[in-house]
Write a protein that binds this ligand. Structure first.
Ligand code: AMP
Length: 507
């Protein structure tokens, strides 16, 4: 039934004939969702999508709480031959307007609490169907699913067809939609499943959001492809994760998960039967890696990836997992460190821009041919913007970010977007938004501002002035007033000096 659809065939393969096998154990109810029940519901959603006019290649957008139904919507969208477009739950209505205008989806699924605010936005953007999905799994999407029957035959989709559109933040404040094909998603998850040895025996603690590549593709697709089980948590709760460890085998997390878990009693005992801890999406401090090993006996396996490329490198399953490195290129993925000016590979040991080529790499930015041409070379290499070095054993280390990105709690914040909003406030002359070390979030967003002549703005007023326009995770944790911003002779703000000056703010 799924044979003609490249990704669907591969995520269903391991569970065919094992319809009663558990796929998800839902936290905190303990409800078990079997593979058979999950795919039957996904098939019903595919039928519902087709009924409202979704055709192959159409986009299906969702900004909703992490639920089993949202995961069914992901698979249902793939079965219907459409393109899944998940949106960060933190985005405000004005941010959503940009995504809907750019991606022009046929369907939007939203939290019923946001329905009133999003309905006019969706109408303006020619969305033809709006369904709701609440944290308790109820809503009009579940109703639409309820009138359909299982047994949907997946729409034929080839390797090169679009499966998902995931937005990254844009350095100029505009987000870019990364076009991900069936091949990119299927091949990368298959590679990781093998590399990290996932099997039917595995029970993964799934506490990551499913609007981001890490929780959606890495965690979910690997579990499906292995035919294993996931403990499905709507959000990260350190105590609950610790409680599940004795009956689980693996955890995938961002560094913040690990720093929080380290603060709990009983970690060593709880982790005894786990076989794998994976970290990614932001740099894991060597200190965290060492502390974790001392407390649990496990070396956290750090890997590196991006929205545009899925996963690129990983520390080995067997062999030394080196703290502060992101390991080796995955099988089938080519990684070079290139001269930022010429793009030619640099000798081993030199620092340069990381470029990636492989079946995992995206097909380009949605509606942005110029951006695509700037970042995706004709020979297939993607210029990641990450600054890296490869040591003489082949381990890759990410040493900086060419694009000035802040990663806070695993989420990306591009300073420019925040600066533009702050600068638009009457009391502000200019601003520089930086990331400074934070014990819990890895980095915290900090705004350094210069007041407009005759003004003396308060930090709280700045924060509340931009709050309606900006997801919470992007809002500054601290606002600092200075007389002037440091600049180099070319007039560029020297953010490195600001980062140094305020490095101890949360320490
Ligand atoms: P995203 O597109 O949200 O997945 O963010 C991708 C960016 O996160 C990369 O370009 C890196 O800058 C950063 N990143 C992801 N994993 C790691 C890691 N293990 N170490 C350091 N940076 C990472």
């Amino acid at each position: 039934m799924y044979q003609e659809n490249h990704l669907a065939k591969r995520i269903r393969h391991a569970s065919i004939g094992r319809e009663d096998a558990p796929f998800l154990e839902v936290h905190p109810s303990g409800k078990i969702v079997s593979y058979g029940a999950f795919f039957a519901n996904a098939e019903k959603i595919a039928a519902a999508l087709v009924r409202v006019g979704v055709r192959p290649g159409d986009r299906v957008a969702v900004q909703a709480p992490k639920t089993v139904t949202m995961l069914e919507l992901y698979v249902g969208t793939i079965l219907a031959g459409a393109v899944f477009l998940p949106l960060n739950t933190g985005y405000t209505a004005s941010e959503i307007r940009y995504f809907l205008g750019d991606a022009t989806p046929k369907v939007l699924v939203c939290d019923p609490r946001n329905l009133a605010a999003l309905t006019p936005v969706a109408k303006d953007c020619n969305v033809t169907t709006i369904w709701t999905l609440a944290a308790d799994e109820t809503g009009t999407l579940a109703q639409a699913r309820g009138v359909e029957s299982a047994g949907f035959t997946a729409i034929a989709r080839a390797e090169s067809d679009l499966a998902a559109l995931l937005y990254t933040s844009g350095t100029t404040g505009r987000s870019k939609g990364a076009i991900l094909t069936h091949l990119a998603l299927a091949s990368n998850s298959e590679t990781l499943r093998e590399y990290w040895r996932f099997s039917q025996e595995d029970v993964l603690i799934h506490a990551l959001p499913i609007f981001h590549t890490h929780g959606l593709f890495v965690a979910t697709n690997i579990t499906l492809m292995a035919g294993g089980q996931a403990i499905f948590m709507a959000g990260f709760d350190a105590d609950a994760v610790l409680g599940y460890m004795p009956k689980a085998t693996a955890l995938m997390g961002v560094p913040t998960f690990y720093t929080r878990l380290l603060g709990l009693d009983g970690l060593g005992d709880a982790a005894k039967n786990m076989r794998l801890f994976v970290s990614g999406s932001a740099p894991l401090l060597a200190e965290t890696h060492d502390l974790w090993r001392a407390k649990t006996g496990h070396a956290i396996l750090e890997r590196y990836g991006m929205t545009e490329t899925n996963m690129n490198t990983s520390n080995p399953y067997k062999g030394a997992r080196r703290a502060g490195t992101v390991g080796f290129p995955l099988p089938g993925v080519e990684v070079i460190v290139a001269d930022p000016e010429t793009g030619s590979p640099l000798p081993q040991g030199e620092v340069g821009v990381l470029e990636i080529r492989g079946p995992n790499v995206f097909a380009g930015y949605w509606n942005m041919p110029e951006k695509t041409a700037e970042e995706l070379r004709e020979n297939g290499f993607f210029i990641t913007g990450d600054i890296a070095v490869i040591d003489d054993h082949g381990y890759v280390s990410i040493v900086g970010r060419a694009k000035d990105l802040i990663i806070t709690g695993g989420y990306n914040v591009y300073p420019k977007e925040v600066e533009l909003l702050i600068d638009a406030l009457d009391d502000v002359l200019e601003s520089a938004v930086i990331g400074v070390p934070h014990p819990d979030f890895g980095e915290a967003v900090v705004a350094v501002i210069v007041a407009a002549a005759g003004s003396a703005p308060k930090g709280d007023a700045i924060k509340s002035g931009i709050a309606p326009e900006l997801a919470k995770f992007k809002q500054p944790k601290r606002v600092i007033l200075v007389d002037e911003l440091p600049r180099n002779t070319m007039g560029k703000v020297q953010k490195n000096l600001l980062r140094q000056r305020f490095a101890g703010l949360f320490g």
